[in-house]
Design a binder for this molecule. Structure first.
Ligand code: ADP
Ligand code: MG
Ligand code: MG
Length: 908
């Protein structure tokens, strides 16, 4: 019999796959002896079975009965008993936390009879009816799928007609009326009565949690977060404890450190006389932990002790949910808390200083994605500003955009390229699409733990929440503050680091972390405030550690000396890919046209001759910028017709000339050009005449480039510089192709060096100038990977061109599939992420592994790197580390991210 149900006393924190994050951590806290209300967890496996067969596995019902009876025995109460009922919550909890995604139902077990029993037993009739009202509301909404507003509106109306400001003022009779009304809604909307039988309530709620795994919004969230759609959720059944039992009760959320800034010290929100989500829903203003200290010093002390215990145990920032029931503290949830990128770095460094974790662990706790976010620009502090108001700094960054007031508009405008800021009173899961589309999110209500804040932080999106002075009218689509009005489409700027909201578009400046990375610690600390300084120092420590422990070198892809210099300042240890095609564009286009159109060898040579000095100068500057570091120059790769004019345009031009009877040299030249364009037209250029193939059929083309490289390098050597150029041949599929090009290149290198008195090869006699120029190949065709053992004979290095390798392995033409097909493929789960973004380890990655192994078998010292875009992708970097490559090369801006991730790859 499969075990589908685990008591909280059975599991532990490492069983997230089976028990979900919430269940695993509830079990862990139980094990630690913390005050967790007893309960049990139904496994994710049960959910998967349920979803695949469409009904609960038979054993599950039986096991739930056993666990429930056990719970009843332990608590001395019976579920839904008419005198002293046991009530439970039914809570979802998947492996990865999905804030606001899955549904929870509280107060299961209440019915027309037990509500009276509970009133008597607690001596608080209002409390009992309030709990029943909540059950009907949550059950109706989440189990029976009745729109939440049906209940919320009725509640608002009940308050309004009685002239009451908040829920707490509703009396027993009011609540009884609401209960009757809510039961009516349930029949009306779902066609069935609210189930009075407690076990039926329980079973229905469990099923609803299972089903909630597959709601659109849950699927969307998982797609975005790259969480597999097949995991399923666990269900936690937990004895109810009550924060709504009067003023000595309440509920709260807390963090052991500030998850926004990373400052030390506990931080939290508490709401007296409240239950469940009240505290995060923004319905009433919350109290701070200090307020709680005044209110209930005992519980406060206990709470702090528990938090310290959790931090010591998890050795990390934890967030918790707790409830105080008549002065008794209960722990309802904990997990290692989400945090902003700045907090991640600061906390990692703090924990090292507190001797709770090692530097390696600190490195494992931050990510390249977080570092990338920290490098984003911020608002210019010195710029003129129209400060509208200040809300809570919920998720850092500087967002500028046009104000939009609903999620569909945000998505629509963003889709047509507008920058938008989503402005809402508060957000709920239905706003997710708009939150993704927006640059930033601004809300009027809710604290740092509100839906908007939590989700925005998770996405790394700028968010200011709880800007209470704003009056947001989503129907009229405008916000007002005093005499200022911002309507839909007006520009607005929000600072998620400070909570400030500005009218208009504020100018942005570089981030201190970016300044540090580019210009060093000193210049970043020059006029930094204490918090900024702390952050910059934390980043420096972690990034330096990454540099110290990583095996992968990090190079950059750069085509110009400007890019190269920037890459170098960001820490690039060389250029892994210099594309040479741009060097044939602009003014030089006519020269390359002449090479292509040449009728005779002499004509072609003359054109090539003219290109030589230009190319030489390009390479000189590039090599100078990277003096002492390797620079891999790729010989011309794209199909030649890319350097010729557009076929249709030219055809029209020629046709017009003919129709109007124009003649002359210009017309003749156009005609010749058109002829050439047509001759060179390929129906599938990606697989046509390009790369090494060009070098083999256009005499002198690669030779020109090699000569320019050799001359530039020799000049520099003679000037006392240290050029480390490497020549890379693209699109090789056969060792023979490489052999031919290599022969030609070696001859030119020998000739040029000899002519200038430079010794070719690494070992020059003392006092003599020497130059060594490795010649290698891209591995970007499956055939190259599969014959790597032979190609290695002729190659000093391999550089995996994983973009083309992905195209050729999958048979995808990237430009043709990415927009439409991939959306479908992602939806259908063919892959969870585009293989152009993260390397397809099973297929493309396998080819890389084969080539690494066989290349090294032939030539043990062969240098191996990657220059596809994957070189800057964190997950792919880990793959390349494990595959044993020597370096990754990525766009300059990604270099710091790659350095960090390469370091992480060697400690994780
Ligand atoms: P989420 O995953 O959205 O955090 P939870 O399952 O944690 O959902 O529950 C929603 C709210 O209900 C939380 O505030 C939680 O603390 C509260 N809650 C859950 N179970 C209980 C319980 N047994 N007693 C009291 N409050 C509970
Ligand atoms: Mg929770
Ligand atoms: Mg390529």
């Amino acid at each position: 019999m499969t075990k589908y149900v685990y008591d909280f006393t059975e599991g532990d924190k490492d069983q997230k796959d089976l028990l979900g994050g919430k269940g695993a951590n509830l079990a862990e806290m139980t094990k630690l002896g913390l005050p967790v209300p007893p309960g049990f967890t139904i496994t994710t496996e049960a959910c998967r079975e349920y979803l695949s067969i469409g009904t609960e596995p038979g054993d599950l019902r039986v096991q739930v009965t056993m666990a429930l009876r056990h719970l009843e025995d332990k608590t001395g109460r019976r579920l839904g008993d008419r005198h002293d009922p046991l009530l439970v919550s039914v809570r979802s909890g998947a492996k990865f936390s999905m804030p606001g995604m899955m549904e929870t139902v509280l107060n299961i077990g209440l019915n027309d009879a037990s509500v009276k029993g509970m009133a008597e037993e607690s001596g608080d009739e209002r409390f009992a009816w309030d709990s029943y009202r909540r059950l009907l509301q949550m059950f109706g909404k989440t189990v029976l799928d009745i729109p939440g507003e049906v209940f919320a509106d009725a509640l608002d109306k009940a308050k309004a007609t009685r002239g009451l400001a908040n829920d707490l003022e509703l009396g027993v009779e009011d609540l009884k009326e609401l209960v009757t009304e809510f039961k009516g809604f349930i029949v009306e909307h779902s066609g069935v009565d609210f189930p009075q039988h407690p076990r039926e309530q329980l079973d229905m709620a469990i099923r609803a949690v299972f089903n909630s795994w597959n709601t659109d919004r849950a699927r969307l969230y998982r797609r975005r977060e790259r969480i597999s759609q097949d995991l399923g959720t666990a269900v936690n059944i937990c004895t109810m404890v009550f924060g709504n039992l009067g003023e000595t009760s309440g509920t709260g959320v807390a963090f052991t450190r500030d998850p926004a800034s990373g400052k030390t010290g506990a931080y939290g929100d508490y709401l007296p006389n409240a239950q469940g989500e009240d505290v995060v829903a923004g319905i009433r203003n919350t109290l701070s932990l200090d307020d709680l200290k005044n209110l209930d010093p005992d519980s406060h002390r206990q709470l702090l002790r528990v938090m310290r215990r959790l931090e010591t145990h998890y050795r990390d920032l934890c967030d918790i949910e707790f409830t105080i029931e008549r002065g008794k503290l209960w722990m309802l949830q904990t997990r290692v808390g989400k945090r902003t990128p700045a907090a991640a770095f600061r906390i990692a460094a703090q924990l090292v200083d507190e001797n709770l974790i090692t530097m390696d662990e600190a490195l494992a706790r931050v990510t390249g994605a977080q570092l990338a976010l920290l490098m984003f620009p911020q608002f210019d502090r010195s710029a003129e500003r129209v400060l509208l108001t200040k809300g809570m700094a919920a998720s850092p960054g500087a967002a500028v955009g046009r104000a939009v007031f609903d999620s569909p508009t945000a998505q629509e405008w963003a889709a047509r390229g507008e920058q938008v800021v989503l402005v809402r009173r508060e957000t709920n899961p239905d706003d997710l699409g708009g939150m993704i589309a927006a640059n930033g999110i601004l809300t009027q209500r809710g604290g740092k733990t509100s839906h908007a804040a939590v989700v925005a932080r998770g996405m790394g999106k700028t968010c200011v929440c709880g800007a209470e002075q704003l009056d947001i009218d989503v129907v009229a689509k405008r916000l007002t503050l005093g005499s200022t009005t911002i309507s839909e489409g007006d520009e607005i700027s929000i600072d998620g680091t400070t909570g400030e909201v500005f009218a208009g578009a504020m100018p942005v400046v570089p981030s201190p972390v970016a300044t540090y990375i580019e210009n060093g610690l000193e210049s970043a600390l020059a006029d930094a405030d204490a918090e900024t300084a702390d952050l910059v120092k934390a980043v420096d420590r972690v990034l330096s550690h990454a540099d110290a422990v990583r095996r992968l070198a990090v190079r950059a892809n750069a085509d110009t000396h400007e890019d190269a210099a920037r890459a170098r300042s960001l820490g690039a240890q060389g250029i892994g890919l210099c594309r040479t095609e741009h060097m044939f564009l602009g003014d030089r286009r006519s020269l390359i046209e002449r090479v292509i159109l040449a009728h005779s060898g002499d004509e072609r040579d003359a054109a090539l001759e003219a290109l030589l000095p230009l190319q030489r100068e390009d390479f000189r500057e590039l090599l100078r910028a990277m003096d002492g570091l390797p620079v891999t120059i790729r010989l011309l790769d794209p199909p030649l017709h890319e350097f010729l004019p557009d076929r249709t345009e030219l055809a029209v031009k020629v046709a017009v000339a003919e129709a109007t009877g124009q003649t002359g040299d210009a017309v003749e030249a156009d005609r010749k050009l058109l002829h050439a364009v047509e001759r060179m037209h390929e129906s599938n250029p990606m697989l046509g005449l390009r790369g090494v193939r060009l070098g083999l059929v256009v005499p002198g083309l690669f030779g020109l480039q090699v000569r320019a490289i050799a001359e530039a390098a020799c000049d520099l050597v003679l000037d006392g510089h240290d050029p480390r150029v490497e020549i890379m041949v693209p699109l090789v599929g056969s060792v023979r192709e490489l052999h031919i090009i290599r022969d030609e290149a070696e001859a030119i290198l020998a000739e040029v060096t000899q002519a200038r008195g430079v010794v070719l090869g690494a070992s020059a006699p003392r006092g003599q100038h020497s130059l060594s120029v490795p010649i290698g190949t891209m591995v970007e065709l499956p055939r190259a990977a599969l014959t790597a053992h032979r190609i290695a004979d002729e190659a000093d290095f391999f550089s995996f061109g994983t973009n083309d390798l992905t195209q050729t392995t999958w048979g995808f033409s990237r430009d043709d599939v990415e927009a439409e097909l991939f959306v479908k493929y992602l939806e259908k789960g063919v892959f969870t992420i585009s293989p152009f973004e993260t390397i397809d380890a099973d297929g493309v990655g396998r080819l890389v592994e084969i080539a690494v192994k066989e290349g090294r078998a032939t030539k043990p010292g062969i240098k191996l790197g990657v220059c596809g875009e994957h070189g800057g992708d964190p997950e792919s970097i880990h793959f390349f580390h494990n595959a044993g490559l020597d370096y990754v090369s990525c766009s300059p801006f990604r270099v710091p991210v790659a350095r960090l991730e390469a370091g992480r790859a060697s400690v994780i």
